[in-house]
Design a protein around this ligand. Structure first.
Ligand SMILES: [Zn+2]
Ligand SMILES: [Zn+2]
Length: 108
């Protein structure tokens, strides 16, 4: 089927999606954007953050729950049933070291 596209970081060809890498003992799958394995590992090393709930790695290009810490700083949790139940009132998309599409969830 040819290539799936070109890596948005290095412009190299990416033959299959999702790109899968293992980072900090966690398997990371990335469909979008198209990034090759070496670049994804590099991005994880630079931009991964830590889940406040489980202490696990949150790689770039994933949905995150967002908590407001007492000092006004933002803390992140995984958007899964285990970690996002800790009262996160916001969620967003964790990109390259910054939050995108930051939206407030209706409080119930
Ligand atoms: Zn690349
Ligand atoms: Zn977590």
């Amino acid at each position: 089927m040819g290539t799936m596209g070109n890596c948005q970081e290095c412009r190299g060809e990416v033959g299959h999606l999702p790109t899968v890498v293992e980072f900090e003992g966690q398997e990371i799958f990335l469909f979008n954007p198209v990034v090759c394995e070496p670049c994804l590992l590099d991005l994880c090393g630079k931009y991964a953050t830590v889940c406040e709930n489980c202490g696990g790695v949150i790689p770039p290009y994933t949905q995150v729950g967002v908590l407001k810490a007492d000092d006004g700083k933002k803390q992140f949790v995984h958007m899964n049933t285990t970690c996002s139940t800790v009262g996160s009132a916001f969620h967003g998309y964790w990109g390259k070291g910054e939050l995108h599409h930051f939206v407030e969830i209706e409080a119930c």
